[in-house]
Design a protein around this ligand. Structure first.
Ligand code: ASP
Length: 391
């Protein structure tokens, strides 16, 4: 039987209906045995993620405040009561105690409790990430030790639910990955177990040709390479945590992005067997444009090392992290734009500067024209690839 590691993100497990959806997905394939969970995320745009509430509850606890903690308890209680999960109250008591302790321990309790509850609900054992994902006292991941522990866990279980986002450190403390780090936990487990695939279940269909909130007609790609995913992450795309790509790719485990809310859709298959660039537009808005000629020789030297972008045409402009009193700029990257289309694309978007790099063209655009430029490039990319825009 093929082994599949599933990771469910915060939006997938935001409420009781999400728990039901995730359990149904597990029931559909006998290979889906090892499950990594995030903390419950937002149920609507105005909602707060449990991890954000925990960070606030940790700060409030130092001043005797309990507003965020009350919200956290209400959210978990609603899930526990709707699904009849025994043990919820006792686990919440432990969470209320831990929230007052170190900030990383407090932040990790969202995943911890979600995994406790989902394990009980799905009828799988709970295995604490503290015992599996190991860090040294300086916060570096102990890769070999982590791999050994995950394999030992799989040798004694036929399946398990593991909290994402954190692990245990040699100094006895709990340590978290950066935000969104449950993706990394899932990839480490899938890689250590040599899984047939790593399914990452979220609230989107997969890798889209552009952010659908920005570009009309964005389509979902069936397949993309790990290499392109890494480059997309550097260009600003926020699909998966960038640090989850290498563990899975190095172990030869494909990652599949799936939509918990539409499991009948195939999602996006990520593997290094995929050739070529999937046509995609992505944007970064955190930049400003700096004319290089206006800088001293020393400053130019500094910029050459720090700039996110230097135009290919002799480098008259650099893009730096946004600074006051500098022109706000956006970097719009077009993956899969044929070379012969570059001049026409420049006419479309009138960039401040252009850089091309191995199947990707990057356009530096004044911030106020970013949306128009992204839409024009996206439409051109789809036309060139012969893909009809989605309604
Ligand atoms: N719960 C954490 C966050 O909100 C980690 C994760 O969801 O991956 O960032």
């Amino acid at each position: 039987m093929e082994l599949i590691v599933c990771k469910f993100g915060g939006s997938s497990l935001a409420d009781a209906a999400g728990f039901l959806r995730a359990r149904r997905i597990l029931e559909r394939s006998r290979g889906r045995k090892y499950v990594v969970v995030s903390a419950p995320g937002k149920r609507s745009d105005s909602d707060e993620k449990i991890t954000d509430l925990l960070a606030r509850a940790n700060i409030q606890s130092a001043h005797g405040g309990s507003e965020a903690l009350a919200q956290i308890c209400a959210r978990y209680r609603a899930i526990g009561q709707a699904l009849g999960i025994d043990g919820t109250e006792a686990w919440l008591t432990a969470l209320c105690r831990d929230v007052r302790r170190a900030p990383m321990l407090a932040a990790s309790r969202g995943e911890w409790l979600c995994a406790k509850m989902f394990a009980a609900f799905a009828g799988l054992p709970f295995v604490d990430a503290e015992a599996l994902i190991r860090f040294d006292a300086g916060g570096g991941l102990l890769q070999g030790e982590t791999r050994r522990r995950i394999r030992a866990m799989a040798a004694r279980t036929a399946g398990a639910v593991v909290p994402g986002f954190y692990g245990g450190s040699a100094d006895g403390a709990i340590r978290t990955f950066p935000r969104g780090g449950s993706d990394i936990s899932g990839a480490l487990i899938a890689a250590a177990l040599g899984a047939k695939r790593y399914e990452n279940w979220t609230d989107v269909d997969g890798l889209m040709s552009a952010d659908p909130r920005l570009c009309a007609g964005a389509v979902c790609h069936n397949a993309v390479s790990y290499r392109q995913m890494r480059r997309l992450a550097r260009a600003g795309a926020r699909v998966l945590h960038p640090d989850c790509l290498s563990p899975a790719a190095d172990a030869g485990v494909p990652t599949v992005l799936r939509n918990t809310f539409a499991p009948e859709r195939g999602g996006t298959y990520i593997s290094d067997c995929v050739r070529g660039e999937a046509p995609c537009v992505c944007t970064r808005e955190d930049l400003c444009a700096v004319p290089i000629e206006a800088l001293s020789a020393d400053a130019r030297g500094l910029i050459a090392g720090r700039a996110d972008f230097i135009a290919s045409d002799g480098g008259k402009l650099a893009a730096m992290p946004r600074m006051k009193n500098r022109r706000a700029a956006a970097l719009v990257s077009a993956f899969g734009l044929p070379r012969a289309q570059l001049a026409a694309a420049c006419v479309d978007v009138q960039p401040l500067g252009v850089r091309t790099d191995d199947g990707c063209a990057q356009f530096l655009i004044p911030a106020e024209r970013m949306s128009g430029a992204a839409n024009a490039l996206h439409a051109r990319l789809l036309r060139c690839a012969g893909i009809a825009a989605q309604d």
